[in-house]
Ligand binder design. Sequence first.
Ligand SMILES: *Cc1c(COP(=O)(O)O)cnc(C)c1O
Length: 472
Amino acid sequence: MTPDEFREHGHAMIDWIADYVDDAGSRPVFPDIKPGDIRRQLAEHPPGAPQPFADVIADLEEVIVPGLTQWQHPDFFAWFPSNITYPSILGELMSAGLGINAMAWVTSPAATELETLMLDWMHELLGLPERFRSTSETGGGVIQGTASESTLTAMLAARWRATGGDINASGDTTKLVGYTTSQSHSSIEKGFRIAGIGTDNMRIVPHDEHFAMRPDAFAELVTADLAAGLTPFFVVTSHGTTSSLAFDPTPAIAAVARNHGIWVHVDAAMSGIAALAPEHRWVNDGLDQADSYTTNPHKWMGINFDCNLFWVADRAALIGALSVLPPYLASEAAQSGAAIDYRDWGIPLGRRFRALKLWFSLRTDGVVPVQAMIREHVELTQQLAERVAADRRFDIVAPHPLNLLCISRRADSVDQANAATDALIEAANAAGIGLFTRTVLDGRSVMRISIGARATEAAHVTAMWDRVTEIV
Ligand SMILES: *Cc1c(COP(=O)(O)O)cnc(C)c1O
């Protein structure tokens, strides 16, 4: 592709994207296809000669896009949202165009310094405790790809601290035990596996009727593990679980953890962003006692995937766990402590310039439209809850303080209710009413209605529930 062709196709592609985003609701939210249908329509072998870019775009339009789940669709009520905004898309494009690698300060000083500043901007906008600010004595933040990576990273820092900074010789990791609930995200268990702690040493703390961790049960497990000669080292609390948006009581958990030097990591991947609206700052309860915290601008906020924020109160533990310094990466700036090398704050060496999309978004759109969207989605969820509560065919099975409603069909037995709920989810998806996902809460089948796509407005939720009640 020549520079002139790049200009021509690039301008056209921006127009294409703008039309696509404006028109997010025009396609089926989930494609009517079977596994293998897409590949069958594409060339089996790489082309022998260059093809016109227009041919590639034609295939994109005819084969790829119709085969996508439409995450930006207003009837997308599945999983959690993965919103985008125009400045964020442009930030992503600019990051590709600048073609830098943000692994260390010396590999692109401005990328590192903008990243640190964006963490502090978000720190301020979310109202986080002082201990996480990069200007604090010991804390700081970093942009990671995903919450999964942040949780693993936190676990590695906790492991380093619990083993006295030596995970090789004297540091015995076989005695380490960590804690979470059955409601926490799958990435927590994955972290226990990857970090070498193993799932045998992952304790599932019982939860209460609201799917939140029970502090008394946590304290009992810790006492039992200590009596057995084990070393409790890590607990993950969720501020908004993936199944039901349950909130673990971090202040009470941290009070127990503190007595035993247990690292408290708070996973607020979805709901942490609610704190952009000051009246929802309760989602931050207990963060002033947490060792690390993570939330995802790439879900509700509209910073396109991937963009995860991770903060630690004790950056020395993180860097201790992850820093390896070969001579070809050493720099005077970092070794003197004057500059940050983010390669020491996460798993990969090479790092994308993700700070740009936050910077573009926060400077042009700002947070006011995000606050308005958060407020509207919470309000729509509460209005929907009122309609569901008035319908004797349904139960609301979990608290819904924010933007997720978990509902089940009512029936004479749990088995019948589960079958009816599963059938309803399948029928609603098949009829294209929206895209919904299922979960299971204490043995009950649940239809999750996650109201978080940027395009979702009151009329979409009203129409969705009208149609669901027609097919029930
Ligand atoms: C979405 C989610 C995750 C995983 O997020 P990734 O960024 O995809 O790794 C983890 N925890 C919770 C509570 C989530 O909602």
